[in-house]
Design a protein around this ligand. Structure first.
Ligand code: HEM
Length: 464
């Protein structure tokens, strides 16, 4: 059959297309280049390595087939392995035994039922945010992403390992959090350097190793403290220490528990913090959606304390979160690769082990799926009925949590946390944008967040 060449920008020999891609906002560059090429599949070259960008639902659907394709650990994730090895997120897959053991042990621990038990801890941390904003008053400028990051970090640390960072009232970050942030930043930087260049970064490399050491040492201390003071608490730490893999009969090694504990801190906070930040941006830009969301909270919860059962009765809030992740997927891409040389889209030859970058911000705006208003924030399209109908017609058109067995294991956790926080904040405050003319800008690390986005919170009267 006929094959076609995958289009791509002409690059320099050796360096490839590195100058086409902005190191600060690579995802934005990939989206812009996708528009430039006008093709749902195109390729570029980074220091000799080919990458193929996928940006339509049809091609995404094809590469979600786990018989032909699997997750690939490319570039930045390969560097993150320096710190967390074959932890769930950075493992190559079932070929590494620790992945399977951890996956099977942790799946029930992070399932919807187990997550319900974590509601009191989530509620505790969310209430602290309400108190902070209430005390600061309506004239205080809220740095949205900073406070949501404090919230999500404190929540995952409390739920995963019964550890309190108490981030809200300190300007500087806890040493472990700072080490994690620096470790992730440098992992990304290292991924863009060749081996020779890397040799010139000796001081940075030393600090990188020190950061990893601090993360692991702190985690081991948490484990040892728990072993010396056993509890029946049903948190993730006990789940990991006591859980037995039904398939192999094995338990997780201490090293694997540490790898996954750090993994949860990493994977469990930036994405959810970004989701809440973008959600507030979209609500404050779209008055009708904001009013509908607050109205739903007033109707369903009123002035009562929020319970875990309320969260199943908030379809509009649910739709708002989905729509926010559609337009601004906080984990903006995943790496997928063909298991064997193959042809995709009926005509494009693709070699095994070449990374295919699934570009969510584009896949999620595919006009063939989302129509003419694909660029608009319209939560109504994400209400269950339409959402499910669309998913049937256009499978894999909304993938912010990744695919298949390598999809997000923390999804129920993130969803419960985000819904609770949204409901509690809308119940207690009226919000306004600090600068109503603010235009969305993106800050990218491993994840994306709104940049320089500020707001104010006015306590609503009459709420207990
Ligand atoms: C995997 C997104 C929250 C833990 C993933 C993947 C995506 C994703 C796209 C697949 C990555 C890939 O294919 O390379 C998100 C989003 C979140 C979120 C958008 C919030 C809105 C969380 C939370 C946790 C978590 C709260 C922990 C409690 C993980 C882990 C994996 C993962 C451990 C790797 C799973 C595996 O491969 O076995 N997530 N995530 N995530 N996520 Fe999340």
């Amino acid at each position: 059959s006929d094959t076609a060449t995958i289009p791509g920008p002409p690059g320099l020999p050796f360096l490839g297309n590195i100058s086409d891609i902005d190191a600060e906002t690579p995802i934005q560059s990939l989206c812009n280049l996708t528009d430039t090429y006008g093709s749902p599949i195109w390729k570029f070259n980074l220091a000799g390595n080919e990458r193929i960008v996928i940006s339509s639902q049809a091609l995404m659907d094809e590469i979600c087939n786990e018989e032909r394709f699997s997750k690939i650990i490319a570039a930045a994730l390969e560097q993150v392995r320096n710190g967390v090895h074959d932890g769930l997120f950075t493992a190559h897959g079932p070929q590494e035994e620790n992945w399977g053991v951890a996956h099977r042990v942790l799946l029930p621990q992070l399932g919807p039922l187990a997550i319900r038990n974590m509601f009191p801890e989530m509620h505790d941390i969310a209430s602290q945010l309400v108190m902070k904003w209430a005390r600061h008053g309506p004239n205080h400028t809220i740095k949205v992403t900073d406070d949501f990051t404090r919230l999500t970090l404190d929540t995952i640390a409390l739920c995963a390992m019964d550890y309190r960072f108490n981030s809200y009232y300190s300007e500087s970050m806890h040493p472990m959090i700072q080490a994690m942030a620096d470790f992730l930043k440098v992992s990304g930087d290292r991924a863009r350097r060749d081996v020779v260049t890397q040799m010139f970064y000796r001081a940075e490399s030393q600090k990188y190793q020190d950061d990893i050491e601090l993360l692991r040492k702190t985690s081991f201390e948490v484990i040892n403290t728990r072993k010396q003071n056993p509890t029946d608490k049903k948190d993730l730490l006990n789940g990991m220490l006591k859980g037995v893999d039904p398939k192999t009969g094995k338990t997780m090694s201490d090293d694997s528990v540490v790898d996954n504990m750090i993994t949860f801190l990493i994977a469990g906070h930036e994405t959810t913090s970004g989701l809440l930040s973008f959600t507030w941006y979209y609500l404050l830009k779209n008055a009708a959606a904001y009013e509908a969301a607050q109205q739903e909270v007033d109707n369903v919860i009123g002035k009562d304390p929020i319970t875990v059962d309320h969260l199943t009765k908030l379809p509009y809030l649910n739709a708002v979160l989905r729509e926010s992740l559609r337009l601004s997927p906080t984990a903006p891409s995943v790496g997928i690769t063909a298991k064997e040389d193959t042809v995709i889209g009926g005509k494009y030859p693709v070699k095994a082990n070449v990374p295919l970058i699934a570009l969510f911000p584009k896949i999620h705006r595919d006009p063939a799926v989302y129509g003419e208003d694909a660029e608009e924030f319209r939560p109504e399209r994400m209400l269950d009925e339409e959402f499910n109908r669309r998913e049937k017609e256009h499978p894999n058109c909304w993938k912010p949590f990744g695919n298949g067995m390598r999809g997000c294991i923390g999804r129920p956790f993130a969803w419960q946390e985000a819904l609770l926080v949204m409901a509690m904040l809308l119940q207690n405050f009226n919000f306004s944008m600090e600068d109503p003319s603010y235009q969305l800008q993106i800050k990218q690390t491993l994840t994306i967040k709104p940049k320089d986005f500020y707001m104010r919170a006015h306590l609503r009267s009459g709420v207990s």
